[in-house]
Design a protein around this ligand. Structure first.
Ligand code: AN0
Ligand code: CP
Length: 321
């Protein structure tokens, strides 16, 4: 595997889930694979879980790890070609990428959507420059439009907690004071569609996700109706994907607090498990009682980020042999 951005890059996901279960039984089973190899983790944006779990996964595989926070201590980077660089940016990504990758064998990148230019975000301009100019395998640690390490961890978590053959999984939009990317819901929908689940997506009108990720999954605009009989509820805010009205891309169209996931909606589910990728704003996205309830999976879900990252890095290392 030379790049990891979409679910399809990992190959057969039933096999990947078996590999995840194997890693969970013995995290160090492939410790020899990373011997004398280095992974570089480049962060253009903040992170708690991805930063920690990917480092832990790398160490499980015997890799050396170098972490670079581009916005703390490195030179400010220009990302567009052709710009006259007489402003505050001292270095261009086109030099920075090959320099960074001189010191590693594979590279992980976190970069958020700008949320102003839909084409630039959905073309994955920053991640694709790493793929093009690094000459090394590249994996996403959340890019403009996808968060595959999260999507895989979510699939692993649902596999572990499912009690029925085909559980009902509801992806629900929830309010948020800041405009957030669509990467997490995009990947969640994409990875769920590969699993044996009945996926229902619920959001206010105007928040339709890109069919590239959501396919023909059922969309239900009535949140209470969507929650009926759900086995898993996955909450996340996202800004307008601009699918129906491109001019609204990246905007906040709704802040209706009735969409906050609370005991009122959970009462009509099949005693559903609650999930969220974290970080989460309590009492905006979800109430204290729901996130603290015994049915909440947010902590085991986050812990599974180590497992998804170990499987993905293992595939990348095997692909380099
Ligand atoms: C980010 C997002 O919504 O994409 C990261 C989530 C993993 N969330 C925030 O910036 C709050
Ligand atoms: N869920 C997730 O990716 O969290 P971080 O942004 O803290 O890495």
């Amino acid at each position: 595997m030379k790049e990891f951005l979409y679910a399809s890059h990992l190959g057969d996901l039933n096999t990947a889930l078996l590999e995840a279960a194997e890693i969970k039984r013995d995290r160090y089973a492939y410790e020899h694979l990373g011997h004398h190899k280095t992974v570089m983790l480049v962060f253009f944006n903040n992170s708690l879980r991805t930063r920690l779990s990917t480092q832990k996964a790398a160490r499980n595989l015997g890799l050396d790890v170098v972490v670079l926070d581009v916005n703390q201590g490195a030179w400010k980077l220009e990302t567009e070609r052709g710009v006259v660089m007489n402003g505050d940016k001292s270095e261009h990504l086109l030099e920075a990428i090959p320099v960074m990758t001189s010191f590693c064998d594979l590279i992980g990148v976190r970069t958020f959507a700008g949320l102003t230019d839909r084409a630039a975000d959905y073309e994955e301009r920053i991640l694709n420059q790493f793929i093009k100019y690094s000459g090394k395998p590249v994996f996403s640690m959340e890019s403009a439009t996808a968060h595959p390490l999260q999507g895989f961890a979510d699939l692993i978590t649902i596999e572990e907690y499912r009690t029925s053959k085909r559980p009902k999984v509801v992806l629900t939009w929830a309010p948020h004071p800041k405009a957030l990317p669509q990467a997490v819901p995009n990947s969640f929908a994409e990875w769920m569609r590969t699993g044996d689940v009945d996926l229902v997506v619920t959001h206010p009108e105007g928040y339709e996700l890109d069919p590239l990720f959501v396919g023909d999954a059922k969309v239900e605009y009535d949140q209470m109706k969507a929650f009926e009989g759900a086995d898993f509820v996955y909450a996340k805010n996202w800004s307008c994907p601009g699918v129906t009205r491109p001019e609204d891309y990246g905007k906040i169209l709704c802040q209706d607090p009735s969409w906050t996931v609370s005991a009122r909606q959970m009462a009509v589910t099949n005693d559903a498990h609650f999930m969220h990728c974290l970080p989460v704003r309590r009492n905006v996205v979800v109430t204290d009682d729901v996130i603290e309830s015994p049915r909440s999976l947010v902590i085991p879900e986050a812990a599974n980020r180590e497992i998804s990252a170990t499987v993905v890095l293992k595939h990348m290392l095997l692909g380099m042999k």
